[in-house]
Write a protein that binds this ligand. Sequence first.
Ligand code: ATR
Length: 288
Amino acid sequence: MSDVVGLRACIMGHPVAQSRSPMLHGYWLAQHGIAGRYEHMDVAPDGFAAFFKGFAAAGFSGGNVTAPHKVAALAAVDRLDEAARVIGAVNTIWREGDTWVGGNTDAHGFIANLDELAPDWDAGARHAVVLGAGGAARAAIYTLRKRGLEVAVVNRTLDKATELAVYFNALPGAAVSALAMDDLASVLPKTDLLVNTTVLGMLGKPAFDIDISALKSSATVYDIVYVPLETGLLRQACARGHRVVGGLGMLLHQAVPGFQRWFGVLPTVTAELRQMIEDDIRAKTSGA
Ligand code: ATR
């Protein structure tokens, strides 16, 4: 298979050096003995379209897209998958014949991680609360509705939550409502899944300071923040006896479909891979 030697993929972002995608795809390339490459590509904030014009000529068979290019990538590709179209952002690009396809695997990563770490989380679950109204919230709402859950979007800026509710309610599926932070306590007692998609609790951002004491005792709590690995929300939820799910697995699982498209092998999120990335995060956050 001499043509396999040339397979090349990358993560396009700005800044991009902090991305752990090359580490995790590198792990799978080595595990499967594939002579491909997965590289960091720093693409200037307004330079995505120009960069992407030379993508095929540079030998890339696809790649991931991260901030700030996830919306610019929508227009750069030839076709979108359903998730990218509904979520309004592309995080994975691959080739189908002469066509560049833009997909969104964040929703897959979100739900696959939840299913892996809290297997029966949705048994009888009907109501989810999503904190935040950015791109990550859209991916979460998209996939939670597919599981039939009603979603309340709770955001510091109520207008953005309302915008998301109006947008999703125009599509078939479970109802989405919008709430201001001050009204969170009114829905927590019936909430089966609480998700944080805000930056609160992230390294270098304000601490998670939202009161979750009214949350239904059987609820699962999911923080998509994974730097640090143990966030303030997860500590608070653990102390209250909730089942908790951290965000690292979302990163790991969102990478699976891309690797399969570019390199032709369906990879597995192994305990060893998870440990490797956790060790890297701990090494970079300890004493920080
Ligand atoms: P992403 O695309 O990764 O979801 P984003 O679009 O920047 O990131 O969204 C960040 C989210 O964190 C938003 O919901 C934001 O709330 P606003 O819409 O009010 O800006 C939320 N957020 C950021 N800082 C916050 C803070 N100090 N308190 C509460 N929410 C905050």
